[in-house]
Write a protein of this length. Structure first.
Length: 631
């Protein structure tokens, strides 16, 4: 295939050549020449528009300003916003929104139909994506000239699909011109369909359960909200199969950034980035090899540049938040940034939702920088041969990781207390051990996409023979510890623990055992003897033996650098993959459901820290039956 090289500069279309009505091209030039702050992928999207104006005719592409003006007039002359300070106000388009609409509806093929059949829009939370998409749906239903137009607000789940649809319903109720033409099915607040009886069209939410019986949907427009929450392509593929019945359909995908790089959202994100960039030459010109990457996909990925730090430099905020200063205020984002600095567990969620940075976990527990500061190389066998151990044990199902955490107190360090006085606080060393069924290493390596085989070879992960977890091997390891050290206590999750307790009994292990619930409403009641001892000393009873207490203590130790954690890639992977959940009362716990990799080693270490936090003398032995559970 022949190579065609096209070189353009941002000023190849000068200001005097632009029709003053052309808001699409005006925005593209302002971005390309630096008058509007934008991230790398939006800069590329604007340069793509300018390049296509100059050279797109060779591919049969033309820009129809009248078509763009038509959709702009619909938004600003017909639609009304709802809720908050914009209640019943006209939908006045921000220049970035005018660019998106002008691109989607202005670019045409040689046969006069619209060029773009797919659109991927990724930008920060609070930039009006859902009302924008709802407005596009209402335009398709009432003003696009499509007979029997079927408009779908699509979601992986029914509730998710209803959010965008609800925005459209509210806009119809606020816009007299639309309210007269359209009819709702369902009562106020329970609408499930908007009908345009004059054209035979409708607008309704749809999820993956639709289309399994009877005829499938035949969308004119399919509006997919929060693509980063879609587990697979089922919904979008179902809708795109129906495009064959339409002359110029549109799949409009809107989303925040995500965290799962194996998701369909990441795949669409990466495709959109490539579509906007084309193939670049060293002189920063566009080079097309044969045909462009994808002439049917519109790309808008609002993102920061690689070296931008939104927590330190507010000047970059607008790159991920194009509507900053309109519906989204700097004061609000400044407050969000303060939260991220004060609570590291919120940092990744804020980076993802507000600054469009794809992160390692949905809501990371702690930063890599903070973790690196406490990782260390040391040999527990030589440095802690005579130390008292605090243990945590997180047992797996039949074929997954099982892990143990070990914590020893190493001394004290002086710190300033809340009242300004100097206090002495304990310091700790910690390490983990982890096990995986030896006969399943390769299978689990492929399934979890984690290098278990390498970690086994390097000695960081134990792989006793067999296809199932070998509790007898773990019990033997613990028995050796109990023989060589004084064990203060073992914190455990009761999942699978009854079987493991049988192995401990068989090995003759007698150590204090403390159940450590994983979080939520269920927690262990501290034994009465310890509660009474705490009251005699005038202190609150310790709360380490359930996840909020031990998580908070572990986080405090790391941030205050009062713990050394033996470097182990199994643990590092768990820590950097960890996500947290939180209830209405502010209790937090590690969430295995939302983590991106196995976090059992981290959970086990938190349990051990919880045991270490129990600074009051524990009773001699507590087995599972001695711990009273409250719900």
């Amino acid at each position: 295939m022949a190579t065609r090289t096209i070189r353009t500069t941002p000023s190849s279309i000068g200001p005097t050549e632009v029709d003053p009505r052309d808001r699409t091209t005006r925005f593209a030039i302002d971005v390309a020449e630096g008058r509007v702050v934008a991230g790398p992928h939006v800069r590329n999207a604007c340069r793509r528009h300018l390049d296509d104006l100059a050279h797109g005719s060779a591919r049969g592409l033309t820009y129809d300003l009248a078509a763009a003006e038509h959709v702009w007039r619909f938004f600003e002359g017909v639609l009304k916003l709802s809720e908050g300070q914009f209640e019943a106000q006209p939908f006045l388009l921000h220049p970035s929104q005018a660019f998106k609409l002008g691109s989607l509806f202005g670019w045409k093929r040689a046969d006069g139909s619209r060029r773009f059949r797919r659109a991927y829009i990724e930008e920060g939370k609070g930039n009006g994506k859902s009302p924008f998409a709802g407005g596009v749906g209402l335009y398709g239903l009432t003003a696009d000239g499509e007979a029997g137009a079927q408009i779908y607000a699509a979601g992986a789940k029914k509730d998710q699909a209803g959010i965008l649809f609800a925005d459209a319903v509210k806009m119809v109720r606020k816009a007299p011109a639309l309210a007269k033409r359209l009819q709702f099915s369902g009562g106020i607040g329970r609408e499930y369909n908007i009908a345009n009886h004059s054209t035979g069209g409708f607008f309704r939410p749809i999820s993956k359960d639709a289309g399994k019986t009877g005829s499938g949907p035949r969308p004119h427009f399919a509006l997919c909200d929060e693509v980063h929450e879609h587990p697979n392509r089922d919904v979008m593929e179902m809708l795109e199969r129906g495009f064959k019945f339409r002359r110029q359909p549109l799949l409009l995908m809107i989303t925040n950034s995500g965290h799962d790089r194996h998701s369909i959202c990441w795949e669409e994100h990466e495709h959109a980035v490539r579509v906007a960039a084309g193939t670049r030459t060293p002189d920063d010109a566009f080079t097309y090899v044969g045909e462009p990457i994808d002439d049917e996909t519109f790309s808008w990925v609002a993102a920061l540049d690689k070296d931008d730090d939104p927590f330190e430099d507010p000047r970059c905020w607008a790159k991920a938040n194009p509507l900053l200063g309109t519906i989204l205020t700097e004061e609000y984002l400044a407050g969000v940034v303060r939260q991220a600095k004060a609570m590291p567990g919120k940092a990744n969620g804020i980076l993802r939702l507000h600054f469009c940075r794809w992160t390692d976990a949905d809501q990371a527990w702690i930063s890599r920088e903070a973790l690196d500061a406490v990782l260390a190389e040391f040999d527990p066998a030589t440095e802690h041969a005579d130390k008292t151990l605090n243990l945590g044990l997180d047992l797996s199902g039949t074929q997954d990781l099982s892990a143990a955490g070990v914590v020893v107190e190493t001394g004290q360090v002086e710190r300033e207390g809340e009242d300004g006085r100097k206090v002495m606080l304990p310091t700790y060393d910690a390490w983990i051990e982890a096990w995986i069924p030896g006969d399943k290493v390769q299978d689990k390596t492929a399934a979890d996409q984690a290098p278990y085989d390498v970690w086994v070879e390097q000695g960081f992960l134990r792989a006793p023979p067999g296809t199932r977890v070998r509790f007898d091997f773990i019990a033997a390891w613990l028995a050796q510890l109990a023989q060589d050290h004084q064990v203060r206590g073992l914190g455990y999750d009761r999942y699978a623990y009854s079987k493991f307790a049988e192995e401990l009994d068989a090995a003759g292990v007698k150590i204090p055992e403390w159940e450590h619930p994983q979080g939520g409403r269920r927690r262990a009641k501290v034994p009465d003897e310890i509660v009474e001892a705490a009251r005699r000393q005038g202190v609150e009873p310790p709360q380490g033996l359930w996840m909020p207490g031990s998580l908070n203590f572990l986080e405090e130790l790391i941030l205050d650098r009062r713990i050394r954690i033996r470097r182990n890639p199994v643990f590092v992977s768990a820590a950097m993959s960890a996500a947290i959940e939180e209830d209405a009362f502010g209790n937090r716990w590690f969430s295995k459901r939302r983590a991106t990799q196995r976090i059992d080693p981290l959970v086990a270490l938190a349990m051990a820290v919880g045991v270490a936090q129990m600074v009051l003398p524990p009773p001699p032995v507590y087995r599972a039956s001695d711990l009273i559970m409250v719900i």
